[in-house]
Design a protein around this ligand. Structure first.
Ligand code: AMP
Ligand code: GLY
Length: 435
């Protein structure tokens, strides 16, 4: 294999910073660039300069890039992986066919049904009236059939909540035109499994759980994610085996059977119901903030691994995963998620000890210090032999960082653990009756 691979990381958020850091630590020592990149990740992956009038992809070709790792779903939907491949540049991320697993809930549901992958029962509806007539019980789950920046899913406990969703989707057309998937309501702990898929081969990263609500105890509005915890020990051996057998293998074989080429990360958003693990969603990329918890556990040669996998030759042995636990706490701007605090100086980054700090929404201010740039600002990740150690360690570091209005949760890595998951699971289940 080439020495010193030239790799572009497409994106600019916390996930891309975590990818850049993990790639930088690869034993093969790649040369990294980012596009558009960010001030925060500039040190590990400087911004690629694209000459005026030139296309990004032409630049990659001209500069002999070996690999483009595409971070965000939006770029994948826009066809960045296909654009690279058309120019013979290796890309990590699916093309137009594969990306539908994330961009269309109806496509994903048909795929699961076709390949016997356990998931909630559902009906696809095309109008407000059809939807009203199809709801037979509450709670029910309504999902807009397209990308909606995490705002297209509503768990409706009452008719009023369903009416609000119907108004937003069909009358106001907040997300554009489209259909809605009416889905059976499931209960149980959630887990994110991220795999690398290269044609028929796959390899799973350690499982993670993210915390989507703004406030402690899973209260407040949904966000892009306020933290995550990752460890092989998040699941029992039986759970790992069942997820492999019932979900990952049928999905990877399903892609093959359907003739959908797929080289990239494939994310399974699962719910562990009393009837077994079920798929809530697929994403065709690494999760964020899961990336910020999982990627610090990676050892070995991630750069060589992704390069070979993008070439259709997935070699799991090129990387390993540290034992123990990793916890990422997200620090968000004041007034997030409704509005975005910007321009506040961030203090304390120079005092951080045994932890990784990933920049999601920062920029360098006039004195060259980092300041907030809106949304989720930073992810702070620490590791520990035990979950308790990782939690203690991450909060020691978080306490050193200050900026005006900072919001973060104090229960990341604790909620959903400190009452036993086993007990929780025993009391819950796939409560759905037929729709
Ligand atoms: P999705 O974008 O499909 O993953 O949905 C976002 C979130 O909504 C999930 O992480 C779950 O917390 C919740 N959710 C999705 N589908 C269901 C379901 N069928 N039953 C209960 N909660 C769900
Ligand atoms: N953390 C969930 C996602 O990346 O979609």
């Amino acid at each position: 294999m080439n020495n010193n691979l030239n790799i572009l990381i497409a994106g600019q958020g916390g996930r891309e910073h975590a990818l850049a850091r993990a790639l930088k630590e690869s034993s093969s020592q790649p040369r990294l660039f980012a596009f558009p990149g960010s001030d925060g990740m500039n040190e590990v992956a400087p911004r690629l300069a694209v000459p005026q009038g030139q296309d990004l992809f032409e630049t990659l070709k001209q500069e002999s890039f070996d690999l483009c790792v595409v971070g965000p779903e939006q770029y994948l939907v826009e066809g960045w992986a296909d654009r690279c491949r058309a120019l013979n540049i290796r890309a990590w991320g699916p093309g137009a066919d594969g990306v539908q697993l994330e961009s269309s809930k109806a496509f994903a549901k048909d795929f699961m049904v076709r390949h016997g992958i356990p998931t909630a029962r559902s009906t696809l509806v095309h109008s407000a009236d059809e939807l009203r007539n199809s709801i037979t019980e509450y709670p029910c789950v309504l999902k807009y059939d397209g990308l909606a920046a995490g705002k297209g899913v509503s768990i409706c406990r009452t008719e009023k909540e369903a009416d609000d969703f119907i108004r937003r989707v069909f009358q106001e057309q907040r997300f554009g035109e489209g259909s809605v998937l009416l889905e059976q309501y499931l209960e149980g702990p959630e887990v994110s499994i991220i795999t690398s898929v290269s044609d028929g081969a796959w390899h799973a990263f350690p499982p993670a759980r993210d915390y989507k609500r703004l406030r402690e105890n899973d209260q407040g509005p949904n966000t892009g994610g306020m933290g995550a915890v990752a460890s092989r020990d998040l699941l029992s051996e039986e759970e790992h085996a069942r997820i492999r057998k019932d979900i990952i293998i049928p999905a990877v074989e399903g892609l093959q059977k359907d003739g959908i080429p797929y080289r990239g990360f494939l994310y399974f958003g699962l719910m562990l119901t009393s009837a077994g693990p079920m798929v809530l969603e697929f994403n065709c990329r690494f999760g964020d903030p899961e990336a910020q918890a999982i990627l610090p556990l990676v050892e070995g040669d991630l750069a060589g691994y992704l390069y070979e996998a993008a070439n259709g030759d997935l070699q799991p042995d090129r990387i390993g995963f540290a034992e123990g636990w990793s916890v990422c706490v997200v620090m968000a701007a004041g007034r997030y998620p409704e509005a975005s605090g910007k321009g506040e100086t961030i203090e304390g980054l120079d005092r951080i000890g045994q932890a990784d700090v990933f920049h999601a929404g920062t920029q360098r201010g006039i004195h060259n210090t980092f300041e907030t740039n809106g949304g989720r600002i930073l992810g702070v990740t620490a590791r520990g032999t035990t979950r308790e150690q990782a939690v203690q360690s991450v909060y020691e570091q978080v306490a050193k960082i200050e900026f005006s209005g900072a919001q973060y949760r104090g229960d990341i890595g604790r909620l959903h653990f400190e009452e036993s998951i086993a007990n929780k699971r025993a009391g819950q289940g796939a409560r759905g009756k037929s729709l």
